[in-house]
Structures are given as structure tokens and as C-alpha cells.
Design a protein around this ligand. Structure first.
Ligand SMILES: C[S@@+](CC[C@H](N)C(=O)[O-])C[C@H]1O[C@@H](n2cnc3c(N)ncnc32)[C@H](O)[C@@H]1O
Length: 262
């Protein structure tokens, strides 16, 4: 094993990585020196290379194991535990601040619906720090659903109902005081369903979108207004929050949008 104090004698820069539990995620292939250095420095059990972009509705990553074999780990963040298999489901480090921000916006009088729950990225922190009456956490990918269910137990949370399936098949109407739409690229296609789920007195939708910076202030709001009016609601207040740069010129934003019934 290479002693990393000797790294200054080696000819490489520290490779960039993200640490999820005891697994490192890198974006390029590493040579033996780089692998040995990272293992010694971070005490990781596994190093995984991710393809830069995670695509498909289920957001399944394409990976290559560079070191070790174990792909499941428990990641601790903001006092929450997330069990995750990095070979099957994604984890976005860039959303860390959003996971924190969203965690305290609800309260014990609310019913929340997380339409794209994943392994509980938003559901778990909201349940833990806002303690709503109930969160319905909807997830299409069976692997993510499995970890979502495990994470509910791991965090000893009782007010979450995980549901496996397409959120467009969710049958409860007009029940949510707050809806999380943590999905990108085609989130607007799910807005009509969100308004079907929204409480008849109105409520809040956290609407995510990937949008070019030139239309960042306009397009998400136009889409929200259009679908609100189509479904008998009006946009009362909103705030656009930037989450992270998604691609050159493109931002991942979330709009906190409050609606009233017309
Ligand atoms: C982008 S991930 C969630 C990312 C997360 N918000 C974060 O902070 O990293 C979106 C999730 O939505 C799920 N999904 C996609 N289409 C869905 C649908 N129609 N119904 C329910 N879940 C869906 C995917 O399987 C995936 O787990």
C-alpha cells in the first residue's frame, strides 16, 4: 500500500471524488497510484466510476468498479441515514443544500406528497425535521423503493407511506398541502397530476426544472401558471431557488410555488 504522505513524489493530482458512506464516486478512470492514494486517504471500501450523466426515467447509474466490490453503504447527512446501493440508484451531492432547506418547510398539520421519492432524499429529512401528519412517498424504481422502505425503518420514521408505482396512478385526490416534485428534464409533464393531488384549498408545490439561464425567471413560472389555471388554481406567491449548475448555461432550479383555488 502506498503511503499517501509520499504523494508529493508521485506525478498526479488528487482525483476529484464524492464520498457516499464508505464508497467513493469518481468520474474518470484512475491508475493504481491514484487508487491506492485515495483508499489510504479516505479509508473507503469501494471506488466506483460513474458515467457523467445519469439518464432514463429511473435514473439508473452506469458504473464501473475500480476498487472493491461492495456497492451498498449507509450515508449520513444532516442527521439522516440513507442506505443506498450506488450501482442501482443515484445520489446527487449537488442537492445537499436543498435536502436541508426543504426539511423544515412543512409542519405537523400538513399532508405531503413526494411524487419522485427515490430512496427518500427529501421524504426522510422532511419527516424527521417537520413531522407532517403523513408523507405519501411515490417511487417507480423497485430498487429505490426497496431502499426508501429500509430508510424509513433506519431513521425510525412512522409518518411515511411508501408506494411503489407510477405517480400518475396515485389514486388520492385533493389531499396534499405540499407536494415535492424532485425530478428534472420533464417535470412539467407531471404538473396536471400534481394539481389533481393538491388540496382543494390550495397549497405549495416545490417544482424542479432544468432551465437555460436566459429563461430561468420566466419559463418555470409560465408553466406553473398555465397548468394551475387549467386545473382551477392560481399562482399566488413564488420564489425561484437555484440548486446547481446542471450543464453549461443550464440551471437546476426549484420554485416554491403557493397556489389558491380559483
Ligand atoms: C431524480 S431522482 C430523485 C433525485 C433526488 N430528488 C435527489 O435529491 O437526488 C427521481 C426519482 O423519481 C423516480 N420516478 C421517475 N418517474 C416516476 C414516476 N412516474 N412515478 C414515480 N417515481 C418516478 C425515479 O425512479 C427516481 O428515483
Amino acid at each position: 500500500m502506498l503511503n499517501y504522505n509520499l504523494r508529493e513524489n508521485m506525478e498526479f493530482k488528487t482525483p476529484k471524488y464524492q464520498k457516499i458512506g464508505d464508497i467513493l464516486i469518481v468520474k474518470k478512470n484512475l491508475n493504481d497510484n491514484e487508487i491506492n492514494y485515495l483508499v489510504e486517504k479516505t479509508k473507503c471500501k469501494t471506488i466506483v466510476k460513474y458515467n457523467t450523466h445519469i439518464t432514463g426515467d429511473l435514473r439508473t447509474p452506469k458504473i464501473k468498479l475500480l476498487y472493491g466490490t461492495k456497492t451498498e453503504t449507509i450515508h449520513k447527512e444532516h442527521g439522516c441515514l440513507f442506505k443506498i446501493d450506488v450501482s442501482k440508484v443515484m445520489w446527487s451531492m449537488g442537492n445537499l443544500e436543498e435536502r436541508k432547506r426543504i426539511s423544515t418547510l412543512s409542519n405537523s398539520n400538513e399532508i405531503v406528497v413526494d411524487m419522485f421519492a427515490g430512496i427518500g432524499y427529501f421524504t426522510i429529512p422532511i419527516a424527521k425535521y417537520s413531522n407532517p401528519k403523513m408523507i405519501y412517498a411515490l417511487e417507480l424504481n423497485p430498487d429505490s423503493y426497496h431502499h426508501l422502505s429500509e430508510n424509513i425503518k433506519l431513521n425510525k420514521i412512522e409518518n411515511v407511506t411508501p408506494i411503489l408505482g407510477d405517480n400518475r396512478d396515485f389514486s388520492l385526490k385533493n389531499i396534499a398541502n405540499r407536494i415535492s416534485m424532485g425530478y428534472v428534464l420533464k417535470t412539467h409533464k407531471f404538473l396536471d397530476k400534481a394539481f389533481e393531488i393538491l388540496h382543494e384549498n390550495g397549497g405549495v408545490i416545490h417544482y424542479h426544472e432544468t432551465v437555460h439561464e436566459k429563461i430561468l425567471e420566466s419559463r418555470p413560472i409560465e408553466r406553473l401558471k398555465y397548468h394551475a389555471e387549467k386545473n382551477g388554481y392560481k399562482l399566488d406567491k413564488y420564489k425561484i431557488n437555484k440548486i446547481k449548475k446542471y450543464a453549461p448555461g443550464i440551471w437546476h432550479v426549484v420554485v416554491d410555488a403557493e397556489f389558491l383555488k380559483i
